[in-house]
Design a binder for this molecule. Sequence first.
Ligand SMILES: Cc1ncc(COP(=O)(O)O)c(C=O)c1O
Length: 395
Amino acid sequence: MNKWQELESKYYMYTVKRLPLTIVKGLGAQVWDEDGKEYLDFVSGWAVNSLGHCHPALVAAVTEQVQTLIQTSNQFYTIPQIKLAEILVENSCLDKVFFCNSGAEANEGAVKLARRYGKLHLGGAYEVITTTNSFHGRTLAMVSATGQAKFQEPYAPIPSGFVNVAYNSIEAVKNATNEQTCAVMLEPIQGEGGVNIPDDDYLAAVRDWCDQKGILLILDEIQTGIARTGTLFAYEQYGVEPDIMTLAKGLGSGVPIGAIMAKESASVFVPGDHGSTFGGNALTCAAAYTTVKFIIDYDIAGQVKRTGEYLISRLESLRLKYNFITDIRGRGLLVALEFNRDISEELINVCLNKGLLINRVKPNTIRFMPPLIVNQQDIDEATAILDGTLSGITG
Ligand SMILES: Cc1ncc(COP(=O)(O)O)c(C=O)c1O
């Protein structure tokens, strides 16, 4: 253990098993440790650093904003907030937005919005159907929404009002719907659950069912949104439009911000219903506006589609070499590699030593979520390191 790791174990709550690396600097898709060793970052803050580390456009925008105005409270108007609201609404199918500080908080707000809708339009319906293997955040209510026992059991009794049903099954959604249901909440592709891609017609079938029942469809695009999967929002690839959508992660390219977006018809909050001290402050909104504008102006979504396909093609060639690779799945730059044995832990540690950062999403599955600006050379380098690592796997 180095000095920082020792101090961490003394002072910081033990909520995560960290890798033995202290990152002190980042630029683009690269980060450096205290000794100046360079690493290729295919984790990017858990799918957050959209423009890469310390992108000049982001640094300039944040620097200018931090010298001008940081926080005012939402008692007043601020220009970065309105500009961000405009660019998000004008480039999505949603009509209204509310800013908060994280993904879990965005989802909490989305559920509150759906419950408010239920009170106003559905005779007080309040239940939200979510799916197994989903991940919606760590607050108590989002632990209830998240359909994974390991996140729920330590905190039982968990808040009521959520029903977890099988992902990718329209029948499961139909069977769980009753007169108390106000919404169905889904990730278009499950990220933390292992990069699980539903059948092409699943989201459309859920949309159709929600329309038939008059209930809301909430899409959690916290991981899939902001070009991560090769379109600005993943819903575009499925031919559906949500009533409510949540964003966070890549929205601020590392500066923490979340968003609840809603269609006009679902935007039922009135003054006093919801709020946030920091949410939508000038600094975070300036960062997010710059991120979203850059992504749109430079068609980063199109670039992600191409580089994502290239990454998958490189992984396919590894599959031909290593028969213990059992699956490659993903969209854009959200990609998973699955093995027939539990080697993720070993793999990510060996890759770390060789200068590549990757994420263990399951004991037998690793996940790639590099900055959206990675190029073919970065992908060649990452897959070469992975190749060298896989060749040493015997177990
Ligand atoms: C789909 C999804 N929803 C919500 C969250 C929670 O976001 P946060 O950690 O910002 O609260 C995550 C985080 O991984 C996520 O992937």
